[in-house]
Every structure is written in C-alpha cells, then in structure tokens.
Design a protein. Structure first.
Length: 424
C-alpha cells in the first residue's frame, strides 16, 4: 500500500497537521504489513509449531460410533499432542458414486480441533465400486488396494473431501505405504509406479483446486521393515515418471520407521538423496508412523520389551528423528486395536480400554519438557479468544498497531504544541 506524500499536490494544511497525518499514516502502514498473510505465516502456519503427533486408527465400528475415538483424542490433547492423522477412507465417505457421508469424519475432525490438534487427513484407498481388481478378488479390503478404474471419480472424491474440510484440515496424505505390494494384508498398492504417479497428480490438483492453501503429503513410504513386498525402486520411479513426475505433485514427503536408530538415519538420508536427484531438495520430511509394541516378549533388543520398554523407545526415538531434520513425528498408534493386525495391535499409547500406558506418560513428559505451552490459535486450531480465522498472534499485532497509531497521534500532537509554543 502506497502513502501519498502530504507535502505534494494541493495540500495546504498546516505543518503540524501534516506531521500528525504522516506519523499516523506510517503507523497504519506498519499495521497493515504486520497483519498481512506473509507476516502472519509463521504464527498461523502449524509448520512453525509443535512437531508431536499421533496416528488414530479407526475401523468400521469407530465410524459407526466415534465415541471411543473422541475420548482418546481428548487424552491425546491432554498430553500436549498437537497433530493427529485420521483416515478419510473413500469407501466410507462415498459408499456409492456421488453419495457422500460426512457425519463420522466431521465428529472426529471437530473433536481433534476441540482438543488443540491439527489434522492430517489420509486419502485412499480405492472405493470398492471403482476398483480395477480382477473378478476373483472379492474381499473389499483387497479390492481397495488396486488402482481406480476412473481417475476422474478419484479426483472428485479428493476434491469433495478437501472442499468439505477446508479451514479444518490443511494437510492431506495421499495413500499409505504405496511402496508395498503383493497380495498379503500389507500389499497396500497393487498397481504400477506410473499408475500411482497419475493417482498422486490427480489428487494434488484436486486438493489445490478445493483449497489452494492446503498441503499435499506423499503417502507414508514404508522403505522396508514390513511383511509386505517392498518395491525398492518405487520412489525414484515416481519422482522421474515421464508423464506425471511426482516431484511436481507434493509439498511434503513422509516415510515410516520401525526399528533401530541406524535404520532411521539410513531412511532419512535415502529420501533426502532421492529428493535432491529429482530437483526437490528442501521439501519438508515427516515421519507419520513410528512405534514399538508393549508386548513382554518378541522385542529385539530386549530392553524395549514390555510397557516400560515401549516408553523407553519413544523417549529415545522421537527426539532422534527430530534431530535428523524430520519436521513432524507421529506415534503409531493412539490406542490398541485389533484393526491393525496382530503385529501392531499393542503399539498404542493407550490400551484397549483407553487406560494410559507408560508410553503415554513418556510422550506427555517429553512434550512438556521440549516445548513451551501451546497458545490457542498459534500452533493449532483456534480455541477461543480469537475470532474465526484469527490467531492469538493476530490479536497481539492488532494491539501493537493500535498502540503504535495512538503513539503516533500523541507524538504528533505534542510536536505541534511545542511548535506553537516556540512561535509564541
């Protein structure tokens, strides 16, 4: 915004009035700049806030009755967790073509925000009615892992979901562990790399059309350590796809980590090297799954066995990932559930009854010791005190602007009085 020079043109007012107006105008200019989106980005953008998150694992029963999930989210918020990953399953949101249902997901998203958490929504898998799975594949959970028949339908689901949650969900993860194939329960992508590159491109363009401010997260690469069939060439293949080079179609890359610190560093270095080769160096890197079970047996090394061992792993691994340069870390998972299968059903911070485990206490204490208290409206959704879309930081800037403007008027008035006194 430009300020016209009061000494130019036909301005014939007195010097005292001119001084006052100049000072007031400068103060107002400062206020406008301070309140601009660029200056407020650091305060409003959760990328400047807490790095601590958790994955919420949901099944059909939870969508029908989200009360248990809502109680778990309350406990997560009480621990200081400020991010939660929530599945936006296509088959549930659009069970039939063109018919969308939002009730359960509205409740989960609003519950997370009510307790101070930013939501990462996971997009996928393929709706059963749009799957390219062969006829002999009859189970819904298997048919959902194949590419869609109609990519326009996929884009419509992504657009409608991002549009519905605009202002409430600002980060969208596309798929989950797409570098794992095969026909087993962990074969999450049963298509080719070019098919996934196209799927990602359609999702990216649909999200940005629905909400230009939203960010797209490349979906949770496994990079190994899973019973699924790992495609080691997946990431470079999609990044350099000739038709839909993935480097153009995401804002954040994320991977998953289970295991020792040395493996975490290897994975982090690998994704950074591949991003650099694709001309995408500098993109934020998240870990949207890290975890360890609370089982008493079957853990190597044994010091991580049992509930106390799980807590120790959390205390050591979460800070280590952040020290590597990871920007966000999500513990998998919030509470124990059989939905994730026998290998992961004891990874929760809470048990099946939502009773906190030692890992919950460890996470709460880690967050409390590592970060200052989160102010409403700064690092998460607004929770009162600020108007819709206005952060607490914005309120402080308005106050500073008002003080500055008042100081300008007072200073100018005093200056004019001194000038008049001098003439006398």
């Amino acid at each position: 915004m430009g300020v016209r020079n009061p000494a130019s043109g036909s301005d014939t007012c007195s010097g005292e009035g001119t001084v006052i107006r100049v000072l007031l105008a400068c103060s107002l200019v400062w206020a406008c700049l301070a309140l601009s989106p660029l200056s407020r980005a650091g305060a409003a953008d959760p990328a400047a806030g807490s790095p601590y998150g958790v994955a919420l694992t949901t099944g059909v029963a939870d969508f029908r009755d989200p009360s248990r999930c809502l109680r778990a989210l309350e406990l997560a918020g009480a621990a200081g967790i400020r991010w939660v990953r929530i599945s936006m399953a296509w088959s549930w949101i659009e069970p039939n073509p063109g018919r969308f249902t939002w009730t359960a997901h509205d409740a989960l998203v609003d519950g997370a925000r009510r307790h101070g958490m930013e939501v990462l929504g996971t997009l996928g898998f393929t709706a059963v009615w749009n799957s390219t799975a062969p006829p002999e594949v009859t189970r819904a959970v298997d048919r959902e892992r194949y590419p869609p028949q109609d990519y326009q339908a996929w884009g419509r689901y992504v657009y409608e979901t991002a549009a519905h949650f605009r202002g409430r969900v600002r980060y969208w993860q596309v798929w989950n562990e797409p570098d794992l194939g095969g026909n087993g329960p962990f074969g999450f992508w049963r298509g080719s790399e070019p098919e996934f590159a196209r799927l990602l491109a359609v999702a990216y363009e649909s999200v940005k059309r629905a909400d230009p401010e939203a960010q797209v997260v490349l979906g949770g690469l496994s990079l190994g350590g899973s019973p699924g069939v790992l495609n080691r060439d997946f990431l470079p293949a999609i990044l350099h796809d000739p038709a839909y080079p993935a480097a153009r179609y995401f804002d954040v890359l994320d991977f998953h980590h289970y295991g020792p610190a040395a493996e975490a560093k290897r994975r982090y270095d690998y994704v950074q090297a591949e991003l650099a080769k694709a001309g995408a160096a500098g993109r934020p890197v998240w870990v949207t799954e890290v975890g360890s079970p609370s089982n008493e047996t079957g853990r190597e090394p044994p010091e991580y066995a049992g509930p106390e061992g799980q807590a120790r792993y959390l205390r050591e691994m979460v800070p280590y990932l952040l020290s590597l340069g990871v920007a966000r870390v999500f513990w998998f998972t919030l509470f124990d559930t059989p939905v994730v299968g026998p290998q992961f059903d004891r990874h929760g911070l809470l048990d099946e009854t939502l009773a906190p485990k030692p890992a919950y206490d460890a996470y709460r204490d880690l967050i409390a010791s590592a970060t200052p208290p989160v102010q409403a409206g700064e690092d998460g959704p607004e929770q009162g005190g600020a108007g819709p879309g206005e952060s607490a930081e914005g309120g402080r800037l308005w106050l500073a602007a008002a003080v500055g403007a008042g100081a300008a008027v007072a200073g100018g008035t005093a200056f004019a009085r001194r000038r008049r006194a001098g003439r006398r």
